[in-house]
Design a protein around this ligand. Structure first.
Ligand code: ZN
Length: 368
């Protein structure tokens, strides 16, 4: 808010865009919704709204803007909470429905074991009258102690859930106000703009070689020589497909966030560094993860460095695929990240006595 009490235009615009999210999830089969669903046949995946990332245009921009909106580091979409009817259109782990946050945040160890990360509530629960029960054979057994504890808490919460409706409905929950209105979103975004000004920004990591820092900086600006960028500059590249998975396009966003290789890497890094599961929609999200690391500044610096190195090795794997036809798997990339981050941290930071075994176990062990 400026000195004259006038809201920033981008906040107003974002708030208006957000209304699309609310309308899409809540409205019955209206014509506009049918058209969008038809053009973006990809089911709900990591985005809050269905979006086929190979189809460009206005809808894709709306979807990625909505998903990227944050207030004090928390995605604004988390404030849309589903009341479960049949559970078909609510994502079990990624949407907010049972508690005030999505289950992937509340039960990270169970989520880590989930093979279908964007499954729906009806994929994992079965309705008996007005109550819901967990379909147990979807949860791997035997479970570790921590998973077992998470499962017990989750089961108790689900036991308390009751539905008297047949279709899913979405409510706006922020500030105890159940009615969705643009004003509420504007205020929320405004809070974010105000707090951002004092936010701690960390970009360059000294213990990581410059080549990695520079590559990530270029990735953030969308200036890497991926095929979708080359074609914009009239450089003929043949098919646009990603070499690592062959279902997405060779774009910066796909490569670092949606590609299965990247997702395998982020999932492993999240649990290795013991931070919440990493879900990124753009490179910018990856570069903000360090903010969630609690404790000393060094914890943030180490995690941020590991993220930068991970981007570097994903990029290398992509280049080896394109230029040397070498198939890299997520496992190889993860092994490289762990090995080289150890090497660099030991030789380029103040932690000269790092032990490899402890590093492999938990890369922030020296701070505790
Ligand atoms: Zn891919």
């Amino acid at each position: 808010m400026g000195g004259l009490g006038v809201p920033r235009l981008t906040d107003v615009n974002d708030a208006l865009l957000f209304k699309w999210a609310f309308r899409f999830r809540n409205e019955a089969d209206t014509l506009w919704k049918k058209i969008v669903s038809c053009c973006h046949k990809a089911r709900f995946r990591y985005y809050f709204l269905p979006c086929n990332s190979n189809v460009g245009g206005v809808w894709k921009t709306i979807v990625s803007t909505i998903d990227g909106l944050k207030s004090e580091g928390r995605p604004v979409v988390f404030n849309l909470k589903a009341e479960i009817g049949n559970g078909d259109l609510v994502r079990f782990w990624l949407d907010t429905w049972l508690c005030d946050d999505p289950l992937y945040l509340l039960f990270p160890n169970l989520y880590e074991m989930e093979t279908k990360k964007f499954c729906s509530v009806s994929d994992r629960l079965c309705r008996v009258g007005q109550q819901w029960v967990i379909i147990r054979n979807h949860f791997v057994s035997p479970m570790t102690l921590i998973c077992d504890q998470e499962f017990t808490v989750m089961e108790q919460k689900i036991g308390l859930l009751s539905s008297d409706r047949n279709t899913d409905r979405w409510r706006w929950t922020e500030g105890g106000n159940k009615d969705f209105n643009i004003q509420a979103i504007k205020c929320l975004l405004q809070k974010n703009t105000d707090s951002q000004q004092t936010d701690f920004v960390l970009k360059w990591v000294n213990w990581v070689p410059s080549k990695c820092n520079i590559m990530v900086w270029r990735a953030e600006m969308g200036r890497l020589a991926v095929k979708t960028e080359l074609i914009k500059r009239n450089i003929h590249v043949g098919t646009l497909h990603c070499h690592m998975c062959e279902w997405g396009n060779d774009s910066v966003v796909h490569l670092f966030t949606a590609c299965p290789v990247a997702q395998e890497v982020w999932s492993a890094i999240g649990s290795w560094c013991r931070i919440r599961p990493i879900i990124a929609f753009e490179v910018k999200d990856l570069l903000q993860i360090f903010k969630e690391v609690e404790g000393t500044n060094w914890g943030k610096v180490v995690v941020h460095g590991i993220i930068v190195i991970a981007c570097w090795y994903i990029w290398r794997a992509r280049n080896e695929n394109v230029f040397q036809e070498k198939k890299s798997t997520g496992r190889i990339v993860i092994a490289n990240i762990k090995r080289m981050s150890f090497f660099w941290c030991k030789h380029r930071s103040k932690f000269k006595d790092l032990s490899w075994d402890n590093w492999l176990e938990f890369p922030l062990y020296m701070l505790f």
